[in-house]
Design a binder for this molecule. Structure first.
Ligand code: AMP
Length: 411
C-alpha cells in the first residue's frame, strides 16, 4: 500500500514515497528553484535493494511541471505505475489555525479554509495549496489528506496560548500562540514511548527539535501543553536566521531610530537574525568549527543558542512538574554532541546529566537503507533521573502514517 507525501514550498517541492505494507521508503526527492532559470531535481530510490540517485537541472517553470516531473521520475524508475495506484497522498500544511486539530481529508471546503488561513502563514499556506491543487487535478480519485504543523499543539491550554495583549485581538484577529513542528514533536514522542516500552499516556516529555528552525515542546500524557514557537515560527529558541524571543519594544525603537520599514523589520528578524545575526553564519557545523578555531563571535552564537535551550528545558520542567524524558532531534539535535552537552550543562541538580562518551558516540541514523525504524540513542548518565534520547525525526513518515490512519481508520 503506497502513500506519497508532498511538501510544497514557494519555490520547491519535496516528495517521499512509502510502502506502508512493508514499511519501506521507495523514493525520496526534491525539485528546487522552481520558476528560476535553472532548477535542481534530485531523486533517490531503491532498485534491487541498492540505493540510486538521479539529478537533473532543466528549468522547472511551476508546481504543475514539478509534479509532472516527479511522476515521470517515479514511473520511469518503476517506483510507481501511476498516481492512480496510490492509496493516498499526504500534504504537509503549515498553518491549520484553530480550525484543524486533526488531519483533514481534502475537498473544496477544506482547501478554502486553508486559503482563509493565509494571513497567518502568508508564505507557507499558499505554497502548500499550490501542491494540493495540482495533485488533486492529476489524481482526482486518490484520497488526499492535509496534515498540519500546528495541529498537535491545539491541545495547549488557554493560559499557555494567550498573549498578554487585549483579548479582542484574539477574538477578532486570531492573535494567539499556535506552535509549529507539531508533526516532528509528536513523531519523536511516540518513538520515545516505543523505545522505553511505555504508553505515551504515562510519560512527561520535553522534546527539542533543533534544525534551521528550532522549537521546544512540553508533552504531558501524549498531548502538547506548551511549545516555544508562537503565533508565527519566529518566537522561542534562537534559530539559524530567526531571532526567537526578543523584547517587542526593540521593533519600535528600531523603527524610530533607523527608519526601517515594516518589511525591512520582518526580514531583519526572520532572515538576518539568530545565529547568522550574531556571527554571520547560520550553519551550525561551520559555527562549531569557527568557535573551535577561536572565533569569538561564533563562540558567542553557540553560547546564546545553547543557553536559550537550557532556559526552555528549565521552564518546561516547571510546567510539567518534572519530566521523564528529554529528546533531541532535528539536524543539530541529532548530530551535535557539543550542542547537546552545552544545552544540558550544570543541570544535575534538576535531574539532567549527560554521559560524555555516550553523547559523543551518538549520531542518530534512520536505520538501515530504506527501512523506517529509527536508531535511538540513550545518552543520560547514571546520575540523571531523566532519560535523554537522540531520535532522528521523520516528519514525512508521520504524515504518511496520519494520512493512512485518516483514510483507513480501521485499517
Ligand atoms: P535541519 O533544518 O533539521 O535540516 O538542520 C539543519 C542544521 O543542522 C544546520 O544548522 C546544520 O549545520 C546542522 N547540522 C547538520 N549536521 C550537523 C553536525 N554534524 N553537527 C552540527 N550541526 C549539524
Amino acid at each position: 500500500m503506497k502513500i506519497l507525501v508532498l511538501n510544497s514550498g514557494s519555490s520547491s517541492l519535496k516528495f517521499q514515497l512509502f510502502d506502508m505494507t512493508t514499511m519501506h521508503t521507495l523514493a525520496t526527492g526534491l525539485v528546487e528553484q522552481i520558476g528560476e532559470s535553472q532548477s535542481v531535481t534530485r531523486m533517490k530510490f531503491l532498485k534491487n535493494n541498492t540505493a540510486h540517485t538521479i539529478t537533473a537541472d532543466q528549468p522547472v517553470h511551476d508546481h504543475r511541471q514539478a509534479i509532472t516531473t516527479m511522476i515521470t521520475l517515479l514511473k520511469e524508475n518503476r517506483c510507481l505505475s501511476g498516481l492512480k495506484s496510490l492509496a493516498g497522498i499526504g500534504h504537509r500544511v503549515v498553518h491549520g489555525g484553530e480550525r484543524f486539530q486533526q488531519p483533514a481529508l481534502i475537498n473544496e471546503h477544506v482547501s478554502k479554509i486553508i486559503e482563509d488561513l493565509t494571513p497567518l502563514a502568508p508564505l507557507h499556506n499558499p505554497a502548500n495549496l499550490m501542491g494540493i491543487r495540482v495533485a488533486r487535478e492529476k489524481a482526482p480519485l486518490v484520497p488526499q489528506v492535509a496534515v498540519f504543523d500546528t495541529a498537535f499543539h491545539q491541545t495547549l491550554p488557554a493560559h499557555a496560548y494567550t498573549y498578554g495583549l487585549p483579548y479582542e485581538l484574539y477574538e477578532k484577529n486570531r492573535v494567539r500562540r499556535y506552535g509549529f513542528h507539531g508533526t516532528s514533536h509528536y513523531y519523536v514522542a511516540k518513538q520515545a514511548a516505543l523505545h522505553l516500552g511505555k504508553n505515551i499516556d504515562e510519560l512527561k516529555i520535553i522534546s527539542l527539535h533543533l534544525g534551521n528552525g528550532a522549537s521546544c515542546t512540553a508533552i504531558l500524557n501524549g498531548r502538547s501543553i506548551d511549545t516555544s514557537m508562537g503565533m508565527t515560527p519566529l518566537e522561542g529558541l534562537v534559530m539559524g536566521t530567526r531571532c526567537g524571543d526578543i523584547d517587542a519594544g526593540i521593533l519600535f525603537y528600531l523603527a524610530r531610530e533607523t527608519g526601517r520599514s515594516m518589511q525591512e523589520l520582518d526580514d531583519l528578524l526572520n532572515k538576518e537574525s539568530g545565529l547568522k545575526g550574531i556571527c554571520g553564519e547560520n550553519d551550525m557545523r561551520t559555527i562549531i568549527k569557527q568557535a573551535g578555531a577561536g572565533d569569538g563571535r561564533a563562540e558567542l552564537a553557540l553560547s546564546v543558542f545553547c543557553y536559550r535551550i537550557k532556559k526552555y528545558i528549565g521552564s518546561y520542567l516547571a510546567a510539567l512538574n518534572g519530566a521523564d524524558v528529554l529528546i533531541f532531534t532535528g539536524g543539530i539535535g541529532e548530530n551535535s554532541p557539543l550542542v547537546r552537552a552545552r544545552s544540558c550543562q550544570d543541570m544535575e541538580n534538576i535531574g539532567i546529566a549527560i554521559d560524555s562518551a555516550k553523547n559523543r558516540s551518538a549520531s542518530a541514523g534512520s536505520g538501515s537503507a530504506g527501512t523506517l525504524s529509527p536508531q535511538i540513542m540513550e545518552i543520560q548518565s547514571k546520575a540523571s533521573s531523566m532519560k535523554i534520547l537522540v531520535i532522528p525525526t521523520n516528519e514525512e513518515l508521520e504524515i504518511a502514517t496520519q494520512t493512512l490512519q485518516h483514510i483507513q481508520p480501521d485499517g
